[in-house]
Design a protein around this ligand. Structure first.
Ligand code: NAD
Ligand SMILES: O=C(O)C(=O)C[C@@H](O)[C@H](O)[C@H](O)COP(=O)(O)O
Ligand code: ZN
Length: 363
């Protein structure tokens, strides 16, 4: 008997098209139905690491009568460049891709960000479907319609809001994920716990070692709870005019670290250091209680995520953070917590407080 499938609706409010995130196993049979009868061609964008999966999906879609092509892109952040986007546009152009055709992005968050961006820009927007294969992409990247690529100046600086037509989270995909990538995704799960759903933190704390693997007893619940946090936020604020900024908890410093490391660090690892920083900032700004700030250190460390980064890099990190998307003019803005599950914006913090917070993070 096949396991139950959980369906989580996203959008459908404020003029946005609703779509579903499906979580379960053996979900790929759902793909043809999502692609739909209007499409003639389908492009399956996949990373090198998932060449077999990408080709299997292509073959399956071809059997269903679509003209299906596979577009292989580099693994991880190397895919999120203007050059790789141009390579995808070329492949679409050469296959005669029209406005009724569909892109499928299968892979981690880097691949789904790229595939979504290519879908947003090709012919000013074609439908796309996300098939996330990492924890991070399932709980965060594939949901919510933020698509984009990096530039030399920073992370995700070019992009578009372009929600997918559906998201298929097949938990079986996680079995082949290297443990470091699995754990990196837990950073966004923990983020969802701190900003909105503390039960997530309780579940991880009940057995942090088990939380590090897909075989852990709470895997499906952790993923579903995190998706619900994201779905609730993006359903009421797709284009980040306010509430959606809370999903950026830990990202202001995290993105600066990623850029400083030339995108060799995994996103989740950088966000983990960034959340430690945000917790210390909240504490030093007089917003966050000691117990909740300390909880950041213990839970992140317990699953093997990093807390620290190079102290001497502070001036460079500060400069990068000035062009963070949340900045307004010269005003730096951070998401901090007023308490557990009480995210808020801290605007223009005192530079001495910023430095003191980094003093806890830098080594
Ligand atoms: N759009 C959003 O809202 C959003 C949200 C969070 C993160 N992101 C972005 O997501 C990216 C990080 O995503 P990620 O952590 O999934 O990393 P990733 O996409 O870089 O994938 C990590 C590695 O795992 C490989 N891989 C993927 N699935 C696999 C599987 N099932 N088995 C074996 N290998 C597999 C990939 O090819 C890659 O080498 C960042 O670029 C980040 O900015 C976007
Ligand atoms: O969906 C969002 O909104 C987020 O902020 C989720 C983040 O986890 C994600 O990394 C996102 O890509 C960051 O967006 P950015 O606009 O700050 O680059
Ligand atoms: Zn993120």
């Amino acid at each position: 008997m096949s396991e139950a499938v959980t369906r989580i609706q996203v959008g459908g409010t404020a003029g946005t098209e609703p779509y579903e995130v499906l979580v379960g196993r053996q979900l790929l049979g759902e793909l043809g139905g999502l692609v739909g009868a209007k499409a003639k061609r389908v492009a399956v964008v996949h990373p090198e690491a998932l060449a077999e999966t990408g080709d299997a999906l292509r073959a399956d879609l071809a059997e269903q009568g679509y003209e299906a092509i596979a577009i292989q892109v580099p693994n991880a952040e190397e895919a999120k460049t203007a050059e790789v986007a141009a390579y995808c546009w070329k492949a679409l152009g050469q296959s005669g891709f029209t406005r009724t055709d569909v892109i499928v992005g299968v892979g981690g968050g880097a691949t789904t960000d790229l595939a979504g961006f290519v879908a947003a820009t090709w012919l000013r927007g074609v439908r796309w479907i996300a098939v996330p294969t990492t924890v991070l992409a399932m709980v965060d990247a594939a949901v919510g319609g933020k698509t984009g690529i990096n530039t030399a100046e920073g992370k995700n600086l070019v992009g578009a809001f372009h929600p997918p037509a559906g998201v298929l989270c097949d938990l079986a995909a996680l079995d082949s994920l290297p443990v470091n990538d699995y754990v990196s995704g837990l950073a966004e799960v923990i983020k969802a716990g701190f900003i909105a759903d503390p039960v997530i933190l309780d579940l991880i704390e009940s057995d942090p070692e088990a939380a590090r693997t897909p075989a852990g007893p709470h895997t499906a619940e952790l993923i579903e709870r995190s998706i619900r946090v994201k779905a609730d936020v993006v359903s009421s604020d797709l284009k980040e005019s306010g509430l959606r900024e809370i999903l950026n908890y830990g990202h202001t410093l995290g993105h600066a670290i990623e850029k400083n490391e030339r995108y060799k660090w995994r996103h989740g690892a950088a966000v983990s250091v960034g959340m430690h920083f945000a917790a210390e900032l909240g504490r030093l700004a007089g917003r966050l209680d000691d117990a909740t700030a300390d909880r950041h250190r213990t839970i992140l460390e317990s699953v093997g995520l990093p807390l620290h980064y190079r102290y001497d890099q502070w001036p460079k990190l500060l400069e990068t953070m000035r062009v963070d998307k949340k900045s307004r003019g010269d005003l730096l803005r951070f998401i901090v917590l007023d308490g557990l599950a009480k995210p808020t914006v801290l605007e223009g913090p005192d530079p001495a407080v910023l430095l003191a917070a980094y003093g806890e993070v830098g080594q």
